[in-house]
Design a protein around this ligand. Structure first.
Ligand code: FO1
Length: 308
């Protein structure tokens, strides 16, 4: 597999990307990252899914927490609280430096892509990390408590409100970031990471051009299911599926990706009867580094099975 492209968001996605980075040549892997979770907070531009990937691939991630850095200090948050500042969204001191540096570079006219590439290079990350777009595309949840920006829903409200509908604000103006379409078109394999299909993968597909590039690419397109044992490993995927009147199973995931994917990788104990797609199986729960390598290898093996 010369050129592997993975669409990713959130913690589960970062685990697969880490596994892939261990088994592919250093210049063979491109991650196209969801930026629908991005938001402006305290005057800072925060890109959670890009940051989770930067931290994960550089070994700085607080993997138990799933976001932010290992070994953080919290002087900034303590001082902010003293001032009566908004403290619902936790910003560690090291993490804060990243948001300040990114925001400063954005005000200087650099693009999110350029800034992300610079940070990745600074931290010795070989995997190419491409934001899905350099324009804002915000995931908005229409819930029984009204419209919520993603982080208000996910962090402040802890995913409690019932979701009726998901919107991607700015989708009509967003264009794929430089290199995104070319990466998909020239890929030998395209993987959809086991991220939340509705909150992490759908924003990527909402960027005009990305969905059609995936449909047209010669590469096999493999989805790794976010469900293990009939439920989501982490986060609101299962709750969201119920609220969207979907059965919490791989048939629903496969149906959601219908027309995009050639195969789906599911957990050994699960099933998928969706028509017209190939089903691969492995132990898909990723806890240890070896788990991440196993699942990454299984996904690539599934892609390779299409080439022969
Ligand atoms: N998630 C939380 O549940 N609580 C937080 O206080 C929090 C802070 C935070 C700061 C920076 C960052 O990059 C991510 C942060 N997250 C926090 C996680 C974030 O909401 C999620 O990683 C994504 O948006 C969903 O994958």
């Amino acid at each position: 597999m010369k050129r592997v492209v993975v669409l990713t968001g959130g913690v589960g996605g970062a685990k697969l990307v880490l596994g892939l980075s261990r088994i592919t040549a250093s210049d063979a892997l491109t991650a196209i990252v969801n930026t629908g979770d991005d938001f402006q907070h305290l005057g800072l531009h925060i890109s959670p899914d890009i940051d989770t990937l930067l931290y994960t691939l550089s070994g700085k991630a607080n993997s138990a927490q799933g976001w932010g850095r290992e070994g953080e200090s919290w002087s900034f948050m303590a001082a902010l609280r003293e001032l009566g500042g908004e403290d619902w969204f936790q910003l560690g001191d090291g993490d804060l430096a990243l948001h300040v540096a990114r925001t400063h570079a954005l005000t200087q006219g650099q693009s999110l892509s350029q800034i992300t590439a610079r940070f990745a290079a600074q931290w010795g990350i070989a995997t190419r990390i491409l934001p899905m777009s350099d324009q804002a595309l915000a995931t908005i949840l229409v819930t029984d408590q009204g419209r919520l920006e993603f982080q208000r829903y996910f962090v402040e409200q802890r995913c409690a409100p019932a979701v009726r509908h998901i919107m991607f604000e700015g989708a009509t103006h967003a264009v794929p970031a430089p290199g995104v379409i070319e990466a998909i078109q020239s890929a030998d394999a395209v993987l959809l990471a086991p991220s939340n299909p509705f909150l992490s993968i759908d924003p990527l597909l909402a960027v005009p051009g990305i969905g059609s590039a995936i449909k047209q690419t010669k590469a096999p397109v493999i989805a790794v299911s976010p469900l293990v044992g009939g439920t989501a490993v982490k986060g609101p995927t299962a709750k969201l599926m119920q609220e969207l009147s979907m059965a919490v199973d791989n048939d629903s995931i496969a149906r959601h990706y219908a027309g995009l994917i050639d195969a789906i990788l599911i957990d050994n104990g699960d099933r998928c009867e969706a028509p017209d797609i190939v089903v691969g199986r492995c132990a898909t729960l990723m806890t240890t580094p070896d788990d991440k390598i196993r699942v990454a290898q299984a996904a690539l093996d599934l892609a390779i099975s299409f080439r022969s």
